[in-house]
Design a binder for this molecule. Structure first.
Ligand code: FE2
Length: 374
């Protein structure tokens, strides 16, 4: 069966206005060292901090920014609080996908009315820079969405944080914004979470990939993509499908010990420069064999980039009706084979690189084989 395009045109309407991703918060075991990694390897600037020195007795958080991409890295100072428990169970991982909204109270109340479970009551946080209003709801696994209203705030991040700058010279790699955030859920759970986003947040189902679209000789998965009305927030949701061997989604679920965020896709306008810098900084990427490039021109037609250069950097290309896209995936960025990043440059294409799925999943299987988890 071919990929079903359910809706190609964004409705333009949200049941409550959503402006985009506000931040992605990772719970990590050592925020200080994680912050160094994202500054040096991924070219993020440190912009804000809270910790013992700022009066935060229990939690340390570093806020990093590049373009519109904002990461918060949070660790606990206590042995037995929910952050420590999260890290013990899941390893380093994404806890919060924060959504910037025009009105956090309205977003939260609407979501609750439509069936969401609260993960944090509505709060107005104030300091000398103004106020930020927040409230949170649960989504898959132990992941939450925090609604953030910051139109009356001009501080470095949020009340409770102080401005802090990187100690070294940062060389940004060209990340502009978050293109999409992908969740892995358990077998049989994908439709439930698609319905959740449709019902609670008014998202539309954009695309469906079944196990025939996404399978190799050994493993398979299924995926559905939901989006808000403006198309700024896209959440693909994967579930494992039956194959001869263990799929990458099952491997993730085994090591994360629940559903959770699989990857965050970071958009760049110049993927060649971005990947060149990331490789120089020691970021590890999935490997696709040289023969991937043999018939690339026949598959994708004319592109602006030099194919030899793409081959040297191992960048993948796919085309749809509207244009083409270039993409590449990092290896997992922590010890457990869980969260990773996608680097993506869209040249018209609004799709997700279906033409690359097979090559990519074979590449992931080679990594799984090395890990003994295929
Ligand atoms: Fe992706």
């Amino acid at each position: 069966m071919d990929t079903t395009t359910i809706s190609k045109v964004f409705s333009g309407k949200d049941i409550f206005p959503m402006l985009g991703t506000d931040y992605v918060e990772f719970y990590v075991s050592n925020a200080k060292q994680a912050a160094y990694f994202y500054q040096v390897a991924f070219g993020f600037n440190l912009v804000a901090y809270k910790g013992l020195e700022t009066g935060s007795k229990d939690i340390t958080s570093y806020v990093l920014q590049q373009g519109k991409v904002r990461f918060v890295l949070t660790a606990t100072l206590n042995p037995d609080d929910p952050i420590g428990e999260h890290v013990r169970k899941h390893g380093d991982g994404v806890k919060v996908l924060a959504i910037q909204v025009e009105n956090a109270k309205e977003a939260y109340e609407t979501a609750l009315e439509r069936g969401a479970k609260s993960a944090g009551a509505y709060q107005v946080l104030k300091d000398e820079f103004g106020e930020v209003c927040i409230a949170s709801i649960h989504t898959y696994g132990e992941t939450i969405h925090t609604f953030v209203e910051r139109k009356n705030y001009n501080g470095p991040f949020m009340p409770g944080f102080q401005a802090k700058q990187s100690l070294m010279k940062i060389d940004p790699v060209g990340f502009e914004f978050i293109d999409h955030c992908v969740g892995n859920v358990e077998l049989g759970e994908m439709d439930k979470w698609v319905d959740f986003y449709k019902k609670v947040m008014g998202f539309d189902l954009l695309l469906t990939f079944d196990d025939k679209d996404i399978s190799t000789e050994y493993t398979a998965l299924m995926s559905k993509v939901v989006s808000n009305g403006t198309g700024r927030i896209k959440f693909p949701i994967n579930e494992p499908a039956k194959g001869k061997k263990k799929s990458q989604i099952e491997e993730y679920l085994d090591f994360y010990h629940s559903a959770g965020v699989q990857h965050v896709a970071l958009a760049t306008n110049d993927i060649i420069t971005t990947i060149t810098k990331l490789r120089r900084n020691g970021v590890e990427f999935l490997y696709v064999p040289d023969n991937y490039y043999d018939d690339l021109k026949d598959r994708v037609g004319e592109i602006n980039e030099d194919i030899e250069q793409l081959k040297a950097l191992n960048i993948l290309v796919d085309r749809d009706d509207e244009g083409y896209l270039l993409q590449l995936f990092t290896k997992p960025v922590q010890d457990r084979p869980t969260v990773f990043f996608e680097i993506i440059q869209r040249v018209g294409a609004q799709s997700f690189g279906k033409g690359n799925f097979k090559a990519l999943f074979e590449s992931i299987e080679r990594e799984q084989e090395l890990r003994g988890t295929l």
